[in-house]
Design a binder for this molecule. Structure first.
Ligand code: HXC
Length: 519
């Protein structure tokens, strides 16, 4: 072969690799409303930035006649490219080759890019669309999964890891996405479960569809396994780009600053009237967030799960922040098991990646009841407490209204190394609400009053007295637990100034192997 022929051979091989499992299977993929592995990468990355690794890799299996059937790339496209000019590593499972199933070489390809990403300090994005372990390869495939799991674990807290689920993801295969920071699923075309409907039926007798067992909706609302749900793959890939715009490349970098035209001292008069006069009335905390962040833009994480707490990324004065906020519009913003788990994980992510935390508090307390106690609210609530107390990133807290009992301590209070704690004049910071307090403190006296009217009058009088004395921010401010009581309309400016002041904050944990967070 002369050099021209050799170049032609290279071009032909590249063309062949592009076809994955062949034209027919690509058509079948499209018919299911799904894109191919390469199409997905092309949408995800900056145009022309993708550099593929290992397209000449093929499997080495000689069992079950597989030696006669092999495809270039072996069912996963791997490499690196850029998103908004920043390097990312990506693997994209190719369902057209053996159903995207994972072989020994397939796993090695993924491990290679994960190792590179760790050396360079760049995020890894995994696009999952796979029938699981390649059955013909037996335990080699299991070992391959475990090689990936170990890398997911070692990379956790070092580089951001994002998983898109664009097809099947079942059995032990779910655990690689589960070990990553964020899981994004497409409606209708993706599912995740450890055990599928058929085996579930055999073992437990329960009849359930794929969608009901592990579809996007289920994981967004019930299990909390997924963080984002999108209608289609293109929307999902754009959302990953958006998510990365809030994140640093690795744990040693600061998150990316973006210049903003939104004035940092923008006053929002509407905030002065946001909290209803009747303190038991709900309002939408999302309105507050929208009014204080740059250009009203934010990205909610797990928006449909534990809606009593909001977790979101936003920018304030160009600086990425993680926002945690109780949502009075849903279950009065109470802390329960799921809200605690959701927020704790978010706080830990932000802390691992140097993203300052802004906490907006309106919490009546923990949800009472046997369901919560038996479900372990003690341990789950402790997760959030632990996460806040351990976090060393700048922590700015604004108490908007209620901040009662244990929940007050949990929600980034001063004593959990909260850096700057503000309250609105509408704040109520106390051990418990007036009604409960009167019942406990005045129980004996109330028992002695026989006349109903007189009892009601007494309760009202004591409730007012308690409210007057305790349902305000000034008791807490008196002791320095609140640094300042601020006018609501100035919240954006005050928070941004606090964040800028805290930008060089250094805080440490005592030397230890690792903490023992109540898992
Ligand atoms: C090898 C596989 C495969 C697998 C699918 N294929 N899964 N090949 N190993 N695990 C092949 C099919 O033979 C078929 O080949 C092609 O991929 C497309 O599959 P279809 O079944 O035609 O597609 P579809 O109807 O869309 O169904 C997709 C599917 C189904 C639901 C994923 O293929 C399926 O149930 N596969 C088996 C899943 C499974 O049990 N995997 C092992 C789980 S255990 P042709 O040549 O016809 O195109 C596991 C353990 C992991 O994963 C442990 C980690 C610790």
């Amino acid at each position: 072969m002369n050099s021209q022929q050799k170049i032609k051979q290279l071009i032909d091989k590249r063309e062949q690799a592009k076809l994955g499992g062949g034209v027919k299977r690509i058509e079948a993929q499209h018919q299911k409303g799904k894109l191919t592995a390469k199409e997905r990468i092309a949408i995800l990355l900056d145009e022309g930035s993708f550099e593929e690794y290992d397209m000449f890799v093929t499997h080495r299996c000689t069992d079950f006649g597989l030696e006669k059937e092999s495809y270039m790339s072996d069912g996963v496209v791997t490499g690196h490219g850029t998103i908004d000019g920043r390097v990312v590593f990506v693997f994209s499972q190719d369902f057209t080759v053996f159903g995207g199933s994972l072989s020994e070489t397939f796993a090695q390809k993924i491990c290679k890019i994960m190792d590179q990403a760790m050396k360079i300090g760049a995020p890894v994005i995994g696009i999952n669309d796979s029938g699981g372990a390649r059955i013909q390869e037996g335990v080699k495939s299991l070992a391959g999964y475990a090689e990936i799991f170990e890398r997911n674990i070692l990379a956790s807290g070092v580089i951001p890891q994002i998983s898109a689920i664009f097809g099947p993801c079942a059995g032990g295969a779910v655990y690689s996405p589960a070990l990553t920071d964020f899981i994004l699923m497409t409606e209708d075309t993706s599912y995740m479960f450890v055990t599928g409907p058929k085996v579930t039926k055999t073992v437990t007798g329960e009849s359930i569809s794929t969608e009901e067992l592990g579809g996007a909706e289920v994981h967004a609302t019930k299990s909390g396994v997924s963080h984002f749900v999108v209608e289609d793959e293109e929307e999902g890939l754009m959302m990953i780009r958006k998510l990365l715009s809030y994140l640093p490349q690795n744990n040693l970098e600061e998150p990316p600053m973006t210049p903003t035209n939104d004035p940092i001292d923008r006053r929002e008069d509407a905030l002065n009237d946001l909290v209803p006069v009747d303190s038991n009335k709900p309002y939408d905390m999302l309105n507050l967030i929208q009014l204080i962040v740059d250009n009203g833009e934010f990205l909610e994480v797990q928006p449909k799960f534990a809606r009593n707490i909001i977790t979101a990324f936003a920018k304030m004065g160009g600086m990425p922040v993680g926002i945690v906020a109780n949502q009075p519009n849903y279950l009065a913003g109470v802390l329960d098991i799921n809200a605690s788990r959701k927020a704790a994980r978010f706080v830990r992510f932000c802390d691992a990646f140097n993203i300052p935390l802004v906490t907006l508090v309106d919490v009546p307390g923990f949800l009472p009841g046997s369901a919560q106690e038996y479900g372990g609210i003690i341990i789950h609530g402790a997760k959030l407490l632990f996460a806040y107390g351990e976090a060393t990133v700048p922590k700015v807290t604004v108490t908007v209204r209620k901040s009662y009992g244990g929940a007050h301590d949990v929600m980034s209070s001063k004593q959990l190394r909260g850096d700057i704690n503000y309250a609105w004049p509408t704040a109520e910071i106390a051990v418990m609400g007036a009604a409960g307090a009167v019942e406990v403190l005045e129980g004996r006296k109330l028992g002695e009053i026989k006349d109903d009217n007189e009892r009601a009058r007494y309760i009202e009088e004591k409730t007012n007295e308690y409210n007057e004395k305790f349902a305000n921010p000034y008791q807490a401010a008196k002791y320095g637990y609140i640094d300042d009581v601020i006018e609501p309309r100035n919240t954006r400016f005050r928070v941004i100034r606090a964040l800028r002041t805290l930008a060089t904050k250094k805080d440490l944990l005592p030397p230890k192997k690792h903490s023992n967070i109540p898992l």
